[in-house]
Design a protein. Structure first.
Ligand SMILES: C[S@@+](CC[C@H](N)C(=O)[O-])C[C@H]1O[C@@H](n2cnc3c(N)ncnc32)[C@H](O)[C@@H]1O
Length: 225
């Protein structure tokens, strides 16, 4: 690890707090902020955490759900066991993932997925947009009506189009940058709430999207979220 990176990390208050509090990543503070601000979690909800390794967001979600509800964490990288969190080793975009998640719909889908950073701004931006789209495609299949999708994205010229795309399936989409997100980083988070199982302005007019109710074969009650 380069010396400069190690020194910067040692000075980083969020990194030090994460170590002190037994959190697995400084990213945990970003999610704690998002939940404090947007009230995403409450006891009893089912949460799907995409790009979950090493497990910081899942730990926060598990703690905030209390003893009820469920957290399912997905990542191709291994995640050390977290009490009360089901880990699915898999990749968003892989068609077999849906089956591995099981038949019960989710109230909240989180995505802190990051592409492998190339250092080329446009490439990293485009790859992160692809990940948000892949997470959105999955969220559309597993979310209960009224549910929420939260996704990290790197800012760039595709962002406005992406927000519009996400907005077709949700009542509202907000953009935010948590204080724990490093200032020079172009990352921000989209917080989409009020999932509409049927997109009103589908690009193919009149066509219904394949939603959780289609997949689970019954009409789902609206999420209490
Ligand atoms: C910044 S880390 C997530 C940190 C995590 N939220 C935490 O709090 O510990 C980004 C993760 O995205 C994962 N990732 C990238 N592409 C993915 C994909 N297609 N499916 C699932 N996870 C992916 C990476 O393996 C990596 O673990």
């Amino acid at each position: 690890m380069p010396r400069r990176f190690v020194d910067e990390r040692r000075r980083d208050p969020y990194y030090r707090a994460a170590q002190r509090e037994g959190l697995r990543s400084r990213a945990a503070f970003k999610f704690a902020y998002l939940d404090d601000r947007f009230h995403l979690l409450r006891p009893g909800l089912r949460v799907l955490d995409l790009g979950a390794a090493p497990g910081g967001w899942s730990l926060v979600a598990r703690e905030r759900l209390g003893t009820r509800g469920e957290v399912v964490a997905v990542d191709p990288r291994p995640i050390e066991l977290i009490a009360g969190v089901r880990v699915v080793r898999g990749r968003v975009g892989d068609p077999s993932l849906l089956g591995a998640l099981g038949p019960t719909p989710f109230d909240v889908v989180l995505s802190d997925m990051s592409p492998r950073i190339s250092g080329a701004y446009a490439t990293d931006h485009a790859r992160s947009v692809d990940l948000v789209r892949a997470g959105l495609a999955l969220a559309r299949q597993v979310l209960r009506p009224g549910g929420a999708y939260v996704a990290k994205v790197f800012a760039g010229d595709l962002l406005d189009g992406l927000v519009e795309e996400v907005g077709r399936s949700f009542e509202e989409v907000r953009r935010t940058k948590p204080p724990a997100s490093r200032e020079p980083s172009s990352e921000l988070y989209l917080v989409a709430r009020g999932f509409r199982a049927v997109a009103p302005e589908s690009p193919r007019a009149g066509e219904r999207e394949r939603s959780a109710s289609d997949i689970y074969g019954r009409s789902l009650p609206r999420s209490p979220f």
